[in-house]
Design a protein around this ligand. Structure first.
Ligand SMILES: CC(C)C(=O)C(=O)O
Length: 470
């Protein structure tokens, strides 16, 4: 009988067949997975129906890239804005550090000033980490500033290795390993950004490379993080999909075959195919402790995983917010609008102006009877944003009554309803507007003006007047 050698895998502590070790697979031509990615066709999702088991870590968290990937795709923030946002992240993440880290450029003096100012805050969380050019000088800079960890770009698909770096796989891997060794020599912990992993050869390059990284980690006794970068947003979460597009498959390979502990795996998504959020949650469910996000999803092209979305994903899969203060999300949206001059698109979940605004009359009627019918959760409690009904041609009496109650924040005992003369008079005015050809929605200002005028003319008490104490 043929002799089959086994060895003890020190990372997983399991006996493995030697033939299951993963050597680097050198190729003379880049493997660009033409069966999945033909540039002149829409990319394909292939299935082999291999099911990966869930393996959610005991602790999961969010890390932030608002000041790196986020800032890369928009006008730079001022130092003061960065520090204010950092304060907000601290408050949002709560005492358990659910917003665990935030990464910063160190290129310019302005970048470094922001880092110094955020570090002066003395918060335990978010921990300040960096993003640098991979050079000895920059590692020393990270160390001198007093940071423990830095991100290093280690692009891993053949698209990058052959076409951008013009290297072979072995040359790329040796180059990356030498840079990471330099980082470790400085005493700084590397966070390896495996760019374009969803188009890479997982078992021919990524796993062999990560096995080498785990060996380096053991040699230096310094943590090495693996950031799983779905750079082009090709990742999918469907059970039975094939790698390299399968996020469950990638995370499984890293954990089980490369022996990377969950606490050192972080997923970084992009939203090109609308999947950044579900892929990030999937990464948690299959064994990545961290998901890397950017506030409001602001990031390259279609953006990154929105940080605020993952706060609500966290609460949904863990059944608790673990100390996160979600009302900060609304404060952040206000700050962007008033101080940074950026308004989040109005239909954006949790933060857009219209995220919990109902327009159609029948829906508004439901909302008026019981707000649970048409609101996702108590948005007033968690976001300081009670559900609203906007007034339009389809609002009906119920919609107008609800708008008045919400806009003027009337106490329940003085709520107006469908039978109120004021509501009927406003409805008459609204109907006339649309009969005369109006096609736009009514603004809050217009409605307030009409209500004030109707109250004055008819001697009715204006809803804007303070309610008398009993
Ligand atoms: C540049 C890299 C690290 C990145 O952000 C990505 O791959 O999305």
């Amino acid at each position: 009988m043929e002799e089959r050698k086994v060895y003890l895998d020190k990372h997983t502590n399991l006996l493995q067949l030697e033939e299951h070790m993963y050597p680097l697979v050198e190729v003379s031509q880049p493997n660009v997975f033409r069966n999945l990615f033909r540039y002149d066709e829409i990319p394909k999702i292939a299935f082999n129906d291999r099911i990966v088991p869930h393996s959610m870590p005991d602790e999961i968290w969010i890390t932030d890239t608002t000041f790196r990937d986020g800032q890369q795709s928009r006008a730079p923030y001022s130092t003061e804005q960065i520090v204010t946002l950092f304060d907000y992240f601290h408050k949002l993440g709560g005492p358990n550090g659910k917003i665990r880290q935030s990464e910063f450029f160190l290129y310019s003096k302005k970048d470094r000033d922001a880092v110094y100012k955020c570090m002066e805050r003395g918060y335990q969380f978010p921990e300040v980490t960096s993003w640098i050019r991979a050079s000895k000088k920059d590692f020393q800079l990270v160390k001198d500033i007093g940071l423990k960890e830095t991100g290093i770009l280690v692009s891993c698909s053949d698209y990058h290795i052959f076409y951008k770096l013009k290297k072979t796989r072995r040359e790329a891997m040796e180059h990356y390993l030498s840079v990471i060794r330099e980082c470790l020599e400085t005493g700084v912990s590397p966070r390896c950004h495996l760019e374009d992993i969803t188009r890479s050869d997982i078992y021919g390059f990524v796993i062999p490379f990560c096995l080498e990284l785990m060996n380096l980690m053991e040699e230096y006794q310094i943590p090495i993080k693996i950031r799983v970068c779905d750079t082009m947003g090709y990742g999918v979460n469907y059970p039975g999909a094939v790698i390299p597009r399968s996020i469950p498959g990638i995370i499984y390979g890293l954990r089980v075959h490369a022996g990377v502990p969950s606490s050192l795996i972080e997923f970084h998504g992009h939203n090109d195919f609308y999947k950044a959020v579900s892929n990030s949650t999937t990464a948690w469910l299959y064994g990545a402790s961290g998901v890397n996000c950017s506030l409001f999803g602001i990031g390259e092209r279609t953006g990154n995983t929105p940080l605020e979305a993952m706060v609500f994903e966290y609460a949904q899969i863990r059944g608790t917010l673990d100390g996160m203060d979600t009302t900060v999300i609304s404060e952040l949206a206000d700050y962007y609008e008033k101080e940074i001059g950026y308004r989040v698109p109005s239909r954006t979940p949790f933060v857009g102006r219209n995220f919990n605004v109902t327009r159609a009359g029948i829906h508004a009627d439901g909302l008026l009877k019981n707000e649970e019918i048409y609101n996702v959760f108590d948005t007033d409690k968690f976001l300081n944003r009670p559900p609203l009904v906007a007034v339009s041609n389809t609002s009906g009496l119920a919609g107008i009554a609800h708008w008045i109650n919400c806009y003027f924040r009337l106490p329940r005992e003085v709520h107006v309803d469908k039978s109120s003369p004021l509501v009927c008079a406003v409805k008459e005015w609204v109907d006339k507007e649309y009969e005369e050809g109006r096609v736009t929605v009514l603004t809050d200002g217009e409605l307030v003006e009409v209500i004030e005028e109707l109250c004055r003319k008819n001697g009715w008490k204006s809803p804007a007047e303070p309610v008398q104490e009993a």
